[in-house]
Design a protein around this ligand. Structure first.
Ligand code: NAD
Length: 296
């Protein structure tokens, strides 16, 4: 039995999860949140979200679940929590996993959940915490058509678009492809702006022209004006999570047997950059100081 969705459980109340929980509550869902960290639970409670200290009750009470977790192993730990979803038989629950995860883990967990009568959609997102709060994310959905239809009301509340890309894992694949491009664009745009400055033109002037010419990208059009030119570096996405995405993308390259030399080099640059995992990922495109001495 599927039924309507009234209560949405949100697991992981970090930068993205808390913004999504707030958005779902504003759209009229009863939201029940959980985070492993007490400070995030506290922040969510202050934002008016009902929070549970323990995970299992949320997994048992929700009509649908949204996950926003750092790593594939965190998603696996939540899916397989004893006394949680795998033990539940009262209705079919679809998990909307918005974490950036790997397709292999997603497919394995989707099979495990299907055996227990539940669904799992890989539903990674683009648009950051501000897009999550506004419900304007782009979500990339992998999974069955039936699960996609059941999750529709939640996807509608969170996103401006949520295309059904293909079977389980397809959303993860397109997200990793997208973020491999973003990782490269951050490197190339940062280098190009350093070149502009060294050659006597300010990055502000150069980026304005690039944005009406053919070298533009989301890095030049959105990230430069919002976070890099003003030097705030507060997009809400950490360099550590971006390193994870690059790592997962390169693992996928390895699984396919392709030789992608520029992608491999981008991976090395991200791995070795003098940026802490806790720093904002947009620091990778800082034009002010070269390589090893990026501190701003
Ligand atoms: P975050 O680190 O801010 O939040 C993750 C939260 O999950 C933390 O609060 C952590 O305590 C919690 N958590 C970890 N393990 C848990 C568990 N077992 N049970 C319950 N809670 C647990 O990360 P974020 O920036 O919100 O990103 C979340 C996911 O979304 C990641 O997979 C990231 O790659 C992806 N993503 C983030 C952005 C962004 O702009 N921040 C954009 C697109 C995709």
């Amino acid at each position: 039995m599927s039924g309507t969705i009234e209560t949405v459980g949100v697991i992981g109340l970090g930068n993205m999860g808390l913004a999504m929980a707030t958005r779902l509550a504003a759209r009229g869902f009863a939201v029940l949140g959980h985070d492993i960290g007490a400070p995030r639970r506290q922040l969510a409670a202050e934002a008016g979200i009902s929070v549970a200290e323990d995970l299992a009750p949320v997994l048992r009470a929700a009509d649908a679940l949204v996950f926003s977790l750092p790593l594939a192993r965190d998603v696996e730990a939540v899916v397989t929590t004893p006394g949680g979803l795998l033990a539940r038989r009262d209705r079919k629950v679809v998990v909307i996993d918005s974490s950036t995860s790997d397709p292999g883990t997603t497919r394995r967990l989707a099979r495990q959940l299907a055996l227990a009568g539940h669904g799992l959609l890989d539903a990674p997102v683009s648009g950051g915490p501000s897009g999550a709060a506004a419900g304007t994310l782009t979500m990339m959905i992998g999974g069955s058509g039936e699960d996609y239809a059941q999750a529709g009301p939640v996807l509608d509340a969170l996103s401006a678009r949520a295309p059904h890309v293909g079977p389980s894992g397809a959303g993860n694949i397109v997200k990793l492809v997208n973020n491999l491009l973003v990782a490269a664009h951050l490197v190339t745009t940062g280098e190009a702006m350093r070149l502009a400055e060294a050659a006597g033109l300010s990055a502000d002037e150069a980026i304005a022209v690039v944005n009406s010419a053919t070298g533009r990208s989301a890095v030049s059009e959105t990230m430069y004006p919002r976070w890099i030119l003003p030097g705030t570096f507060d997009s809400g996405f950490s360099a550590g999570l971006m390193r994870k995405d690059v790592r997962l993308a390169l693992e996928l390259v390895g699984e396919t047997g392709l030789d992608l030399p520029l992608s491999a080099h981008v991976g090395r640059l991200w791995r070795d950059a003098a940026i802490a995992d806790g720093d904002d990922f947009t620091r990778m495109a800082d034009f002010r100081t070269p390589g090893e001495t990026r501190d701003v």
